[in-house]
Ligand binder design. Structure first.
Ligand code: AMP
Length: 606
């Protein structure tokens, strides 16, 4: 056991009517490792973004900053070229190791390939492929060229692919032979600015040689492996990420090379990466987490980055954690809920002696999941919060900190997070603790987005009163821990109460039969809105009117009559985005018979 549940309790306020109590999970450094952020208050007094920036090298010759140089070449120049940078586990069982030196030559070649295709600084290079090694080479090679990299989920259908290539005016697309045939070929006429498609063969000898198509293997072989990185400035654009759009239409958040300073610092402080670690981020680079932490942060920190091509499978993932000796694991609530569904006996069938830190991001992590991690793995899950626009972790449960289950943790050193209320003239901070308001951040951190691609007005509207407004509702307790209430668009207003879906869902998840839960508000002439819940059940439980009553009864006893759901529907699955977020907006549209809106990020078989 590396950490333990203490007998202390922390209060979770619930609309001033009833207090929910959740146990604190005490965090203790495991395997004798002292967390990088040992003392929160001390870290605040010593941290500055400039100091973090000075720990990186900058481009040789001075002046510039380039993400790919910091992630790859810097280690080679410092004599660490022989260490394994990336271990790739293929779907078919193949395992390939790539050293920093090998990645340097591959990405230099790819940067030369792009040069040969006429790609210049600031041009957009998109990728549409699964988690294959070529995707990682393309990402870093594009950054070396000084072009902007934009990863897409390979499971996207033709329409989301077309619209994103269109919005971003892609000049080059990197994809696989089969994805090209199935999803891109028919779109070519609609994308006149897309000059070239670099195609990765499904099998040796494949690829293709039609007009406008470049064979990846052949062109890489012909390219020189000598390349001088483009002289990028810290403020030069580097990455374009389309947000997963749980509530609205996709928009492209633009990040600059300076973001690498945040990837480096948050990898060290929030995810506790240390030399010798085996780090596994389960996210796909199509979601910002899979780029910031699935590519850049581990490489910049010089730790081995494990890339797993396969999608979630409880047996396989647990086997990987054990066999590969993963020490830092960064995953998401959707995967954790699926593991809970599979049962802790399965988790306990393996041993994880090297596992030291487990992190979670992307959705609220219910208190039950934190405590379950402790029971099943002997380690709690550390929730942290951020979003596409912030480019990196902003609020976190640090390794050295006691966890208050259900809380997202405290602000990262260097990040001024606040709870604000919007006013006629902008926004003002709510200083008293425990008050609900919008989560806001003081601009100035390196990975803050610099634009929504071609949408200056939409960007401008995100800022008021000297803050970036996140669109999330939260509260902060007296000790500076932040508690998620809900996306502002998802919040339910019932009989004068503002109800956060997360709170309702957490109460539902306390029932032993419930695997997943979603709460929405439906119009009611008296109350304004009434809460309706949707749940999926753990294996071994059957939906029945009795079970429905028992779950509703538990929610009522936990939340009180004003907040508890009035109706509950059993579902075999809940609609989710590709990054695993439950789409409450869609459940609501379906319940009301309204148009379903943009479904491009909806998870569905490809
Ligand atoms: P995305 O930009 O797709 O990563 O989505 C960001 C949004 O996911 C945030 O604005 C939150 O609404 C939600 N989110 C991310 N992390 C957390 C978390 N730890 N707790 C609650 N919500 C989260």
């Amino acid at each position: 056991m590396t950490s333990q549940r203490s007998g202390r309790f922390v209060a979770k306020r619930n609309h001033g009517m009833k207090t929910r109590w959740a146990p604190i999970v005490k965090s203790r450094p495991s395997q004798g490792a002292i967390p990088n952020l040992e003392d929160y208050a001390k870290a605040w007094s010593t941290f500055s973004w400039d100091a973090a920036r000075r720990e990186l090298a900058g481009l040789p010759g001075g002046g510039g900053l380039n993400i790919a140089y910091e992630a790859v070449d810097r280690h080679v120049d410092a004599g660490r070229g022989g260490s394994v940078a990336l271990r790739w586990l293929g779907k078919d069982g193949a395992i390939h190791d790539y050293t920093f030196g090998q990645i340097k030559s591959l990405t230099d070649r790819f940067a030369n390939v792009l040069g040969g295709l006429g790609v210049r600084k600031g041009d957009r290079v998109f990728a549409l492929c699964g988690r294959i090694p070529e995707l990682y080479v393309a990402a870093l090679g594009t950054l070396k060229r000084g072009a902007i990299f934009c990863p897409l989920f390979s499971a996207f259908g033709p329409e989301p692919i077309r619209s994103r290539l269109m919005i971003g005016q892609a000049k080059v697309l990197v994809t696989t032979e089969s994805l090209y045939r199935r999803k891109v070929e028919a779109l070519r006429d609609a994308l006149p600015f897309l000059e070239r498609v670099v195609v990765i063969a499904d099998a040796p000898g494949g690829g293709g040689s039609a007009p406008g198509i470049v064979d990846y293997a052949r062109t890489m072989e012909e390219a020189s492996e000598r390349f001088a990185i483009a002289p990028t400035a810290a403020e030069d654009p580097a990455l374009l990420h389309f947000t997963s759009g749980t509530t609205g239409f996709p928009k492209g958040a633009l990040h600059v090379h300076d973001a690498v300073v945040a990837h480096y610092a948050t990898g060290r402080l929030a995810l506790d990466m240390k030399p010798g670690d085996v780090f596994w981020c389960t996210a796909d680079p199509g979601w910002v987490t899979g780029t910031s932490y699935g590519i850049i942060a581990p490489l910049v920190n010089g730790v081995m980055n494990l890339v797993v091509e396969a999608e979630f499978d409880a047996d396989l993932w647990l086997e990987i954690l054990e066999r590969e000796g993963v020490s830092v694991w960064y995953t998401a609530p959707t995967a954790i809920r699926m593991l809970v569904k599979a049962g802790s006996a399965l988790v306990k069938a393996h041993r994880y002696p090297r596992l030291r830190f487990m992190g979670s991001v992307g959705e609220p992590l219910n208190p039950e999941a934190v405590v379950w991690g402790q029971e099943a793995f002997g380690l709690p899950f550390h929730d942290n919060w951020w979003q596409t626009e912030t480019g990196g972790i902003m609020i976190a449960n640090f390794a050295s900190m006691d966890i208050r289950p259900g809380s997202m943790g405290r602000a990262l050193p260097g990040i001024e997070a606040a709870i604000v209320r919007r006013t006629k003239n902008g926004a003002e901070e709510i200083r008293e603790p425990e008050a609900d308001g919008e989560l806001a951040l003081r601009p100035g951190w390196p990975s803050m987005f610099r634009a929504y691609w071609n949408e200056p007005e939409r960007y401008r509207k995100c800022f008021a009163g000297g803050f970036y407004l996140t669109g999330d509702l939260a509260r902060r307790d007296a000790d500076g821990y932040f508690w998620f209430v809900g996306r502002s668009d998802d919040v339910i207003k019932s009989s004068g109460h503002l109800i956060g879906p997360f709170e309702v869902e957490s109460a539902l998840l306390e029932h032993p039969a419930v695997a997943e839960a979603a709460a929405i508000g439906l119009p009611d002439p008296v109350a304004g809105e009434l809460v309706k819940a949707f749940v999926t059940l753990k294996s071994g439980f059957e939906a029945s009117p009795e079970l429905q009553l028992r779950i509703l009864g538990l929610a009522r006893s936990r939340l009180g009559a004003a907040v508890a759901p009035k109706d509950l529907e059993f579902r075999s699955a809940l609609p989710r985005t590709r990054s695993g977020k439950i789409m409450r907006r869609l459940l609501k549209a379906q319940a009301l018979g309204l148009p379903e809106g943009d479904l491009s990020t909806l998870e569905a078989p490809s």
